[in-house]
Ligand binder design. Sequence first.
Ligand code: C2E
Ligand code: MG
Ligand code: MG
Ligand code: MG
Length: 284
Amino acid sequence: EAKNIPGNSYSLFLSELNDRIQDRQRVEMALLDAVANKQLYIHYQPQVDMETGYCLGAEALVRWQHPELGTVRPDRFISVAEDSGMIIEIGRWVLEQACADAMKWPKPGKLAVNVSAVQFEYGDVVSAIKHALEVSKLPADRLDIEITESVFVTKQDKFIQTLNEIVDMGVGVALDDFGTGYSSLSYLSRLPVDKVKIDQSFVKNLPEDEQSMAIVQSVLSLSTAMNKRVVAEGIETKDQAWVLRLAGCGIGQGYLFGRPQSNEKFCKMLAIDEPQEILQKAAS
Ligand code: C2E
Ligand code: MG
Ligand code: MG
Ligand code: MG
């Protein structure tokens, strides 16, 4: 009840809200020049085969270095870019740059690129992907796009059809942040998706937390039954890696295996081509 709120807490709320709006406006204004001024760049985080420990490829993660705001995390600017529509231009740039970068890899690994629901709705995502593949000459089967369940909130049938067009090109589709959205496991069978990424919030409390373990196990058994590969994200500890590997999770990603890094560094890692030690030990 309003009268129970101490006098200044409502105005405190308002001023915080106001700060946040101004912050978003500041980010939006700055983002307008980010692409043109080459303030965006991409880091690559390795994805490893949990069975063998070898690197399979990397996820492209966009970064923004602003002269005054400093390094702005995607959590802070992606939603602003989505609300303003700028994600369409940014998303096209990420696709093109990442495909070009992947052509420099010393081994033909898989490249995963995040694609926003806004790109599906307004961004002509099919031609954006086609264009990036054509210009870079990256073979389609080396590209995965990562989408979240939010893609399916509206216009389900239309987006499933768009996804089918993407799959027909030979591009893979991974369902990102799985378990945090709306869709049920049974819904998964209707989607043209060949990978499922278990959200890091479920990996975080492994192996102790029984509820997380149960969720991970049910995602794994259903996905496997549906012929979909499972990627676990946010793996930070050896225990997490071991328990996921034991549960049958095929692909892993997280600080334990490698931080998001420049393409130059990632190329060096791929060139060395050594399996992750921790997984090697688990194998023997
Ligand atoms: P995401 O696609 O789920 O990416 C995984 C996030 O987890 C990344 O955060 C990554 O740096 C972080 N991460 C990876 N391993 C670990 C770990 O072991 N521990 C912890 N605590 N975190 C880990 P990042 O780079 O800040 O990106 C956040 C989100 O921003 C991404 O989540 C994705 O939804 C979005 N994003 C990033 N790049 C793009 C892009 O090019 N386009 C679009 N549409 N979204 C993007
Ligand atoms: Mg992702
Ligand atoms: Mg994710
Ligand atoms: Mg995420």
